[in-house]
Write a protein of this length. Structure first.
Length: 419
């Protein structure tokens, strides 16, 4: 990755930590531990950005008003020598999304976004989640085995979110592809120049196609509002006189965030449970522990191990001077394993309390969909363990962790199980 557009520290750090090395992709936590112990505020020359791995630094950074969420400079930097026009449509979409905004713009968008997550709406989604989980398990119940990813964790949010948003069934597959393509370039990808160009092209095309579909749905709901999320947000925009041009970005962000994170979190959670049979048994014997079990799954192996900020001013973190304009990767996954914050952090303990993990972030950008995410995870995992009590890894097939095309998302491409 070329770092010529970003501010770099005067003296480069000698240590190298390869976050995309195959061992680190399968299990990042030993590498995070080394980084936290050796160089917790690390300048990574190959990426051109800083990486924080201590809980206290990450939590403070999430709340630090001197850091901006607008990462346009990083996306341009990712292109290296490629022409910025390659990602013009991607930038048009991304620069309007909530998670990339700072106050006061962010405050307005967040208020609007909240209108889509009313208590009434959330309660109405409970039965959608339960019915979808049951339908997916009906499909495999008599097979004696399944792939958690392709049979459950991908289709679950892919059925739930379009239903919540009122997206036609015929557009589901496209929506998943567009979300993956936008998410890969947005999530700080690794790879050769050729791969980066390919990610950029796919992200740009996906931004055009996804925006066109959502615009069409907004127009429809404007004429004929229903009870779906696009209708709720359309009404809120009209009532508050907001710029309608920004609504597609808000819808796409909520859809995209809800698809990728839940898919990965279900697979990470099932993997953690199956690797710790004592904890699995404890949960099976006492299903009421599901809420604290879900929190521990998120702490133990979050699907969003990094988020990014840009320094708006020169600043100092952990004794290191970070120049204005620097990109800072906040290691949420690393922070969740910091022994200064958590007793025995590498122990998976479904009754851990307190459990103040940073899986959903903290501060003004903390996850807007956290209530929905918790609801999906608790319903899905409770139903899975109740209906398939003999769940175990498939000894004849390999689990495949995601190829980690981007730093921001982490999960499995395949997780074969038997029951
Ligand atoms: C286990 C699943 C999930 C995880 C681990 C997760 C994680 C996160 C994190 C770490 C942030 C903070 C970003 C920052 O500080 O800049 C965030 C923000 C956000 N999340 Fe989630 N998320 C999950 C599920 C969802 C779901 C299901 C939705 C919606 C359907 C959603 C929508 C959002 C939105 C819209 C934001 C931006 C909030 C803002 O900028 O104010 N997330 N999420």
């Amino acid at each position: 990755m070329n770092s010529q557009h970003l501010n770099m520290p005067a003296r480069a750090n000698q240590q190298t930590y390869d976050l995309f090395a195959s061992g680190a992709l399968v299990n990042s936590y030993p590498l995070f531990k080394r980084m936290r112990e050796e160089d917790p505020v690390h300048y990574c020359e190959s990426f051109g950005y800083w990486i924080l791995t201590r809980y206290r630094d990450v939590e403070a950074a999430l709340r630090d008003e001197r850091l901006s969420s607008n990462r346009t400079a990083l996306f341009i930097n990712q292109l290296g020598s490629l022409d910025v026009n390659l990602i013009q449509n991607f930038l048009d979409l991304i620069t309007k999304i909530m998670v990339e905004q700072d106050p006061p713009k962010h405050t307005q968008l967040r208020k609007l976004g909240n209108q889509g997550f009313t208590t009434r709406a959330l309660e109405s989604w409970r039965s959608i989640i339960q019915n979808t989980t049951d339908r997916l398990l009906d499909n495999v119940q008599n097979q004696g085995g399944m792939d958690i990813v392709s049979d459950l964790s991908i289709p679950l949010p892919l059925f739930i979110l379009p239903e919540i948003f009122g997206v036609p069934e015929t557009d589901r597959a496209n929506m998943l592809e567009w979300t993956m393509n936008i998410g890969t370039f947005w999530g700080a990808p690794g790879g050769s120049n050729i791969e980066i160009e390919e990610f950029a092209l796919h992200a740009d095309r996906a931004a055009v196609q996804f925006s066109a579909l959502i615009r069409q749905l907004i127009e429809q709901r404007r004429r004929q509002p229903g009870t779906d999320m696009i209708s709720l947000l359309t009404v809120a925009y009209l009532e508050q006189g907001f710029n309608f041009e920004e609504l597609p970005s808000l819808c796409i962000q909520i859809l995209g965030a809800g698809l990728l994170t839940i898919t990965d979190m279900i697979s990470n959670g099932v993997n953690a449970l199956l690797r710790h049979p004592d904890q699995l048994q404890k949960l099976q014997q006492n299903p009421a522990l599901i809420n604290s079990a879900v929190e521990e799954m998120i702490r133990f192996d979050t699907s969003v191990p990094f988020f990014f900020r840009i320094a708006k001013l020169d600043l100092t973190i952990g004794g290191k001077d970070i120049p204005k304009g620097s990109v800072i990767a906040l290691g949420l996954g690393a922070a969740n394993h910091d022994p200064q914050k958590f007793d025995s952090p590498s122990v998976f303990n479904i009754t851990r309390s307190p459990n103040e993990h940073l899986g959903f972030g903290s501060g003004i950008h903390s996850c807007l969909g956290a209530v929905l995410a918790r609801m999906e995870l608790t319903i899905c995992l409770t139903t899975l363990l109740r209906r398939l009590p003999n769940l175990r890894f498939d000894p004849d097939k390999q689990a495949i962790p995601t190829k980690h095309k981007s730093l921001l998302f982490k999960g499995f491409d395949s997780l074969p199980v038997k029951f």
